[in-house]
Design a protein around this ligand. Structure first.
Ligand code: ATP
Length: 950
């Protein structure tokens, strides 16, 4: 282009009209470039701006103004006074155009609200656009006027230069004609002239550049104007307008849809408001769908508003770019102005120089200096121009981005529009569906009504037929009705009388019930009385039975020969039994056969269970409130402990008695409330010890009860309440442990001490209010072997003495009781003193004499059996009633003085121990009589409670 301009420079003079000026510009540009050489290509010309520049310029214009327009549109054009002043101003203050007061944009009602004033807004927008266009025209006019003024100024300078050349030429002719003599001076003047020409050329170049800049500015202005007229504000405005119109249309459609659908749905709901309508739920569902579509439409509206906001933001950015462009223009104008001033100065200087020839040299030098300055200025101008070009490129880039964003926005708008179309289609389909369903409903309704009508008609017909039949029946039923009426009246009268009858019957029934209750109550009383009497009778009978069996009963148990004893030579037994009488025991001692008659003799093969069966009646007497003593008597190793305690697999009397007690009290549980307590004591060397204490070595004492009852008690004696067989085992275990800790050799110790298990059974009858307390004393006596035979000495002798003393005391007590002596020596030993209550009065005593079957133990066996004979011959008094007063805790009177015989006094045969022990078979025969009498009495008991005599 530059080359072509240069080449075309010579043809410019041939063009005429409007093209002359353009050709002139090209020519001057070409000559200027030729002057400068090929160093700096000039970047200008509208052709060089290309499409990108045009596009960027157009966008700059759009973006710079649209935000203001959008904001004004959205704020309902409620401009304040300052904004209106600005719009009406002449544009002197250019900054104010770009900085509209914020108050003008403060109000921003919602988009939906603005749509109602669309026409007014459009008018105001057009006014605003018009005012803006006017302002642009003003700016262009100003630029144009400045340009014209500048051209005039340039022409003026040009005239001046021509004048200056003419004068200089005249001066040269004058000087060549008059002064040919001074050649050197002339040469110097030529040199000055040459320099002046150069300066002139420089000035011409500067002017040319100024012109070019002016042309460039003009091109920019024209381009701006053109783009504004073509696209400018209209593109985005049109787009926005289109969007607004589209939005308005959608709103209208939505309203129309609402107004058309809702009444339909309401009408459908009203027509189907009856609860039996089956399509009510469907209508509700469809209503919900419509509301859902509405919500989606609202969302789309919101999205549209967001897009508008985005457009507004981009417009703001365009505005900023527009400001930058304005700034660059302003700078151009300033530079141009400065150049013009400087040019003016140069011209003035040149004219002065022309006027004052003497100063030509000086002026030439100044021109040289100024030429350098001009070069600098030119370089600066070129730099600035380059900077402006770069800014312009940046702006173009920004505009390209904004255009891309605008395209995206348009695409988004298109998508939204597509979605709206889809939603419209959906709504249309829904509407169609609703219409179809409403139509179906209508048809269904009509069909149902028709069917109902047909059915009603048929039913009506049937009802009519039935009615006719009923009428016929009525006629036939009238006589029966009359009968029923009379019956009804009769019943009515009865019903009227019914309350009185009912009241009377109730009162009679009440009286009868009261009578019955009284009868029942009296019967109950009588039954209770009889029950008590029967209970007492049963207890008496039991007691009598026990008494008839003997208040002191003596059993004998022969232990079996152990395996070791069988191996020895002395294994033959010296005992024999009567197969017809289980109370007879034959004993062969020193060639003599001795016969002993006892209450029961247990052979070696007798089991623990069999033994206990014989003693369990005594145990149950304890529950009835009697005191019971069961002694195990015999020499060491005769089986006393085995009979009383037994072994783990086969327990003895102790455990079996407690189990029986538990069983009995459990059976009586509904009426009776029993408690069972257990104590374990030991008498060793006439010392009483509590085996259940923590410290079993403590000595206990036996004292008279301070309550005045005359009974004995052991202060501090531990009594453990047991409620189950497991508790019993624990108590036994504790007693054994304590007994073992109190001695060095348990076996020996146990042979030489008396072990007492004292069981107290307390009961109360909730029905009769009766209270009982019985005590069961289970005594494992110490070995009864004689001192002389054992040959004991020292402590062993003392032990044997204590044992013999206590056993003799026991025999003495029983003898005194038997002989009804006024004094019974209970206090002669700890044993008898402790068992005083249980031995006297109505108490029961069982002596289990244990003997060894071996011949070597025969003498000791004879002694034991004689002792047993002696005890058996005693009959305790039963005159003192076993019935104790209510709430009494003891069963019998504490002293033997109060003992009275219930039966005729028994006259026992005095049988001293010493004599008995040597009496042999004679004693046995003597003692057989009472025993045999007792057995006979037992057989006659049922006939008449016979009193036995010894
Ligand atoms: N009826 C019996 N059946 C089987 N074994 C028995 C019977 N009687 C006793 N014995 C056994 O005889 C032995 C001695 O019995 P036991 O210890 O009971 O005699 P004891 O009279 O209590 O002696 P001690 O006076 O020294 O205590 C024991 O081993 C015991 O198991």
């Amino acid at each position: 282009e530059l080359d072509r301009s240069s080449e075309d420079g010579g043809d410019a003079e041939t063009q005429g009209g409007g093209g002359a000026m353009k050709a002139d510009r090209k020519r001057r540009r070409g000559s200027a470039q030729r002057v400068r050489g090929k160093v700096q290509p000039v970047r200008r010309s509208s052709a060089l701006l290309s499409q990108a520049v045009m596009f960027g310029t157009r966008k700059t214009w759009d973006i710079g103004h649209t935000p203001c327009l959008q904001e004004l549109w959205k704020t309902d054009l409620s401009l304040d006074a300052s904004s209106m002043d600005f719009l009406m101003s002449d544009g002197e203050d250019e900054g104010s155009f770009l900085s509209l007061p914020a108050a003008a944009f403060s109000q921003r009602p919602s988009l939906t609200a603005d749509f109602t004033d669309t026409n007014t807004q459009k008018q105001q927008q057009q006014l605003l656009i018009q005012s803006l266009q006017d302002k642009v025209c003003e700016f262009q006019a100003r630029i144009h006027s400045e340009e014209v003024a500048r051209q005039l100024l340039v022409q003026h300078h040009r005239v001046k230069q021509q004048t200056f050349r003419g004068n200089r030429k005249l001066q040269e002719e004058q000087s060549s004609a008059t002064c040919n003599s001074v050649t050197v001076l002339q040469d110097s003047e030529d040199l000055d002239c040459f320099r002046c020409l150069e300066n002139e050329q420089l000035v011409i170049r500067l002017r040319t550049q100024v012109k070019e800049l002016e042309e460039e500015l003009l091109d920019h202005s024209q381009e701006v104007e053109r783009l504004r007229s073509e696209l400018g504000a209209t593109d985005l405005e049109k787009q926005l307008e289109r969007l607004l119109v589209e939005n308005e249309r959608l709103k209208q459609e939505l309203k129309t849809c609402r107004s058309s659908e809702l009444p339909k749905l309401d009408a459908t709901a009203e027509t189907c408001s009856c609860s039996c309508c089956p399509y009510r739920q469907d209508v509700e569902v469809l209503r919900k769908e419509v509301s859902c579509w509405e919500a989606q439409a609202r969302q789309k509206e919101q999205r549209l508003a967001e897009v508008e906001q985005l457009l507004q933001d981009r417009s703001c950015r365009g505005e900023a770019l527009q400001r930058q462009l304005e700034e660059s223009r302003r700078r151009q104008v300033e530079v141009e102005h400065r150049l013009s001033l400087r040019l003016q100065e140069f011209e003035d200087e040149l004219s002065c120089q022309a006027a004052m020839s003497p100063r030509a040299k000086f002026v030439s030098q100044m021109v040289e200096v100024e030429s350098a300055d001009s070069q600098k200025i030119l370089a600066e101008m070129q730099k600035k121009n380059n900077a402006l070009q770069e800014q312009l490129n940046v702006q173009r880039q920004l505009l390209r981005e904004l255009e891309t964003q605008l395209h995206e926005s348009q695409r988004t708008c298109a998508q939204l529009r597509t979605q709206i179309v889809v939603y419209e289609g959906e709504m249309e389909r829904t509407r169609g569906r609703l219409e179809v369903e409403v139509q179906n409903l209508e048809e269904e309704k009509n069909r149902v009504i028709e069917e109902a009508f047909i059915r009603a008609e048929s039913e009506m017909k049937a009802v009519h037929e039935n009615l006719a039949g009923v009428r016929m029946n009525l006629l036939s039923l009238q006589p029966a009705l009359r009968t029923l009426t009379s019956d009804y009246n009769c019943l009515k009268r009865q019903v009227q009388d019914f309350p009185f009858m009912l009241e009377k019957a109730i009162s009679e029934a009440k009286q009868e019930i009261c009578q019955v209750i009284n009868d029942v109550s009296s019967t109950n009383q009588e039954l209770l009385r009889k029950y008590k009497r029967e209970m007492n009778l049963r207890k008496k009978c039991h007691n009598e039975l026990v008494r008839l069996k003997g208040n002191i009963r003596v059993f004998c148990r022969v232990r079996p020969v152990s395996q070791e004893e069988q191996d020895s030579a002395d294994a033959r037994t010296a005992l024999s039994f009567d197969s017809d009488d289980d109370a007879i025991l034959y004993l062969s001692n020193k060639g003599k056969i001795m016969t002993f008659e006892l209450d029961k003799v247990f052979p070696p093969q007798a089991t623990q269970e069999e033994v206990f069966q014989e003693v369990q009646s005594l145990v149950t007497s304890c529950i009835d409130g009697f005191n019971v003593c069961i002694f195990a008597y015999g020499q060491t190793g005769s089986g006393k402990t085995y009979t009383m305690e037994g072994v783990a697999d086969d327990p003895g009397i102790n455990q079996r008695a407690l189990r029986l007690l538990f069983f009995e009290v459990t059976e009586k549980a509904p009426d009776w409330d029993y408690s069972i307590t257990v104590s374990m004591v030991e008498i060793y060397n006439e010392t009483l010890r509590d085996l259940l204490r923590e410290n079993p070595t403590d000595k206990l004492d036996i004292k008279l009860n301070p309550d005045g009852s005359g009974q004995l008690y052991v202060p501090g004696l531990i009594e453990i309440a047991v409620q189950s067989p497991e508790d019993i085992n624990k108590v036994f275990e504790l007693g054994h442990v304590n007994r073992a800790t109190a001695c060095t050799n348990l076996n020996e110790h146990s042979s030489r001490s008396h072990a007492l298990l004292i069981i107290t059974v307390s009961g109360s009858n909730s029905t009769t209010g009766t209270c009982t307390q019985g005590r069961l004393n289970l005594v494992d006596l110490a070995g009864s072997e004689r001192i002389g035979k054992s040959g004991a000495e020292g402590s062993r002798l003392r032990e044997a003495q204590c044992i013999n003393k206590s056993l003799s005391a026991l025999g003495d007590v029983i003898s005194a009781l038997r002989s009804k002596q006024s004094h019974v020596p209970f206090r002669n030993s700890r044993l008898t003193y402790l068992l005083q209550d249980s031995l006297s009065g109505d108490s029961k005593t069982l002596m289990m004499v244990q003997i060894s079957p071996l011949p070597g133990n025969m003498s000791e066996s004879v002694c034991s059996l004689k002792f047993a004979q002696r005890v058996r011959s005693v009959e305790l008094s039963s005159s003192s009633s076993s019935r104790r007063p209510e709430n009494s805790s003891t069963s019998s009177s504490p002293t033997h003085n109060s003992v009275e015989l219930d039966s005729p006094p028994v006259t026992p045969i005095p049988l001293p121990i010493s004599r008995a022990s040597s009496a042999g078979s004679t004693v046995s025969s003597a003692s057989r009589t009472p025993s045999g009498s007792r057995r006979r009495s037992q057989s006659q008991l049922s006939a008449g409670r016979l009193k036995l005599t010894a």
